[in-house]
Design a protein around this ligand. Structure first.
Ligand code: ADP
Length: 681
């Protein structure tokens, strides 16, 4: 069927005429209406229908209805039409699904169609009212799209909110939102943990709760001035900012401020970083730096003030340190040496080579630095004397202490040489050697002249005895036999001569005794001093009795010595103690205490006599030195000299402690005898 071929136009007119239908009304109704016969031919279409399908007036009538159906639905439509013919009824066409009409210009138009059967003259017709729903559909589509967009927007809004919430809560920084009055609106987990509050405790509180007491009063003002000029900025820049924790302690913080809109209006977002750790680290670092500074200064001070030359090297011997003392002693500036010289620049190469040979017979140690570090490397440190050579070529003796600087257990960081200029020491040493040599020579001479003197004294006193006897003998005879024939003055002359001869005899005796003492080496034996004192008091019994003296002694030890000379020693001391008595009855006491860990005894011979002026303490031990005239106290002035000689011979020393008029204590040391059995008193 050619749907574009118009059918018999007259018939349509006829039908409508027959029906008496008001054609004008039909044509002018705004509802599009089509009348289709059983064959599917449009028998009438009103203006509105022609408009829907884009046809000019009157051109639709006679066309097949399928010409208004898009090609893809056409065959299906024919079937639908037959179905309708079999069961005609009023209904909507294709309800629940899209219906499309095909316009004259080929465009499709969405439509809604209501169908109804009309019978006339045994012929069946279908009346179709058609509505262009493009407009409605567009609106619906738009609504749908808008809805979709809205939905999408809503979706992304919640996503965003969730995301922001997560960011807010997950932020490492504490975040606190406050409103314009300073009340806390929102707070995140980090802020809670910084300040130690729970969320409930903070929400609705004034933010001043997080401000330390010390600055709280000024805080409201600061907050106000921020809200008046809310430029994003850091708070408290350039000074320590502290927050207050719930427990009252303070926490160092850094706070960034930013204006923010809250649901209740303007507010501020404070982002807070707990910088306590950082502050502590800073403080610690500063402290370290200060300490380091101190150490450095100390180090510098030590390096620059020490008289020692300090030269350090790296493991290869390149100088890393050359202190001021080194500069002035060696004449190099440290810039000439540090990093440029190997350590051996100031050593005498001949000495180093010789030392190398000493250290390795096979000559494996050849390089100077190897020689210098060989010993320290095995022993850790070496102190040796070397000759150093200055920049100007002059030399001086030094003592070098070379230390290995270890870096951990195994690796070597370098070497440190601590150097002492021993020029002075060296000169002193030479001087000491010279003096010692001289001393030895003098000693030898002294000993020789002493020997000669003793020899002379001995010979002289010995030889003098003979002529003295020849003078004294006849004088005594003269005195005895011719006394009656002599006048008084002759008698006096002779008396004086006899007394002088006596005195001379005593001098000669004492001198003999003094020069004899120590002339021959006598072997030491154990001597019991208790026994010595018993013998001495027997020898001195006449003097003791005559003076009424009391001579006592403690239990005394055994000493190692020569019994004869020790007898002379004690006899002289006890004798003097009795002789130099004062007005009261003489009391002499001898005691001994162990000294030198029991190796020796210190003896004291104490008296209550006239005492000795301390200025004569040394003099009295010299030969012929006396403090008194013969008229006051007899004597030759040899006794104490002999005592000193005897104590010297026994390897000890003798001295006196006294004051004029207060008695004297003569003390001396004698070696203890290994035999420790003194006899009874
Ligand atoms: P001398 O007894 O022959 O005078 P010494 O050599 O024994 O000679 O003594 C020297 C001097 O030391 C004595 O002259 C005396 O002045 C003084 N002196 C020695 N022993 C004592 C003493 N126990 N008390 C006071 N003076 C003493």
């Amino acid at each position: 069927m050619d749907i574009h071929t118009p059918a018999q136009g007259d018939m349509t007119t006829e039908v409508l005429n027959l029906e008496g239908f008001d054609r004008r009304l039909f044509d002018r109704t705004p509802q599009a209406i089509l009348l289709v016969d059983e064959a599917g031919i449009i028998v009438h279409a009103n203006l509105a229908a022609e408009e829907v399908f884009g046809h000019e007036s009157g051109t639709l009538t006679g066309r097949a209805i399928e010409s208004l159906v898009p090609e893809r639905f056409r065959s299906h439509h024919v079937g639908l039409r037959h179905q309708f013919a079999e069961a005609p009824s009023f209904r909507m066409m294709g309800s629940q699904r899209d219906l499309w009409g095909l316009r004259q210009d080929g465009k499709e138009v969405p439509i809604e169609v209501a169908l109804g059967p009309i019978d006339w003259d045994d012929r069946h017709y279908v009346i179709a009212t058609v509505t262009d729903i493009s407009e409605r559909q567009r609106a619906a589509n738009e609504l749908h799209e808008a809805n979709r967009r809205l939905l999408a927007m809503n979706e992304s809004q919640t996503q965003r909110e969730k995301y922001l919430q997560a960011v807010f809560n997950g932020s490492q920084s504490g975040l606190v939102v406050i409103d314009e009055q300073g009340q806390i609106v929102t707070v995140n987990a980090a802020a809670l943990s910084i300040f130690g509050f729970t969320e409930e405790e903070l929400l609705g509180q004034n933010v001043d709760i997080l401000v330390p007491d010390s600055i709280r009063s000024g805080h409201a003002n600061l907050r106000g001035s921020y809200m008046r000029n809310p430029v994003p900025r850091m708070m408290g820049t350039g000074r320590d900012l502290a927050g207050r924790r719930k427990d009252g302690t303070e926490v160092f913080v850094e706070v960034g401020l930013r204006e923010i809109a809250t649901p209740e209006g303007r507010g501020a977002l404070a982002s807070i970083v707990d910088i306590t750790r950082r502050r502590e680290a800073e403080i610690q670092t500063r402290r370290y730096a200060e300490q380091l500074q101190d150490v450095n200064q100390l180090h510098e001070a030590v390096l620059s003030s020490t008289e020692h030359l300090l030269i350090a090297t790296d493991p290869d011997g390149t100088v890393t340190l050359f202190n001021q003392a080194s500069e002035s002693a060696l004449g190099y500036a440290s810039t000439e040496v540090v990093g440029r010289q190997q350590l051996d620049f100031c050593f005498d190469q001949a000495e180093v080579t010789a030392r190398g040979r000493e250290l390795s017979e096979d000559g494996t140690l050849s390089s100077g630095f190897e020689v210098l570090t060989h010993f320290p490397l095995s022993e850790g440190v070496e102190t040796r004397e070397w000759t150093f050579i200055r920049k100007d070529g002059s030399r001086f003796p030094v003592q070098v202490t070379m230390t290995v600087i270890r870096d951990g257990a195994t690796s070597i960081a370098g070497y440190l040489a601590v150097i002492l200029d021993i020029s002075d020491l060296y000169l002193q040493r030479l001087e000491v050697q010279r003096v010692n040599r001289e001393l030895a020579r003098t000693n030898e001479e002294l000993a020789r002249s002493n020997r000669e003197l003793e020899q002379f004294a001995y010979l002289a006193s010995h030889d003098l005895q003979e002529p003295l006897r020849s003078i004294a003998g006849p004088l005594q005879l003269l005195q005895r036999r011719y006394e009656a024939q002599l006048d008084d003055s002759a008698k006096t002359f002779i008396e004086h001569s006899v007394a002088a001869a006596d005195r001379m005899q005593r001098l000669i005796d004492d001198l003999l005794m003094y020069s004899r003492a120590g002339r021959h080496e006598v072997p030491f034996t154990p001597v019991d001093i208790n026994q010595t004192l018993r013998d001495v008091s027997r020898s001195l019994s006449a003097t003791i009795e005559e003076s009424g003296a009391e001579v006592t002694w403690d239990p005394l030890p055994m000493v190692s010595g020569n019994s004869i000379t020790l007898h002379q020693l004690f006899q002289n001391l006890v004798g003097n103690a009795v002789k130099f008595r004062g007005d009261s009855r003489p009391k002499v006491h001898v005691s001994a205490v162990p000294v030198d860990g029991g190796k020796a005894w210190e003896f004291t011979v104490e008296d209550n006599g006239i005492g000795i002026d301390p200025k004569f303490f040394e003099d009295i031990f010299k030969v012929f030195r006396r403090l008194h005239s013969r008229r006051e106290y007899s004597g030759t002035g040899i006794g104490l000299a002999l005592c000193k000689k005897i104590v010297d011979m026994h390897g000890g020393s003798i001295w006196v402690e006294s004051e004029s008029g207060k008695g004297s204590k003569f003390r001396f040391k004698l070696a203890a005898s290994s035999e420790l059995k003194p006899s009874g008193r």
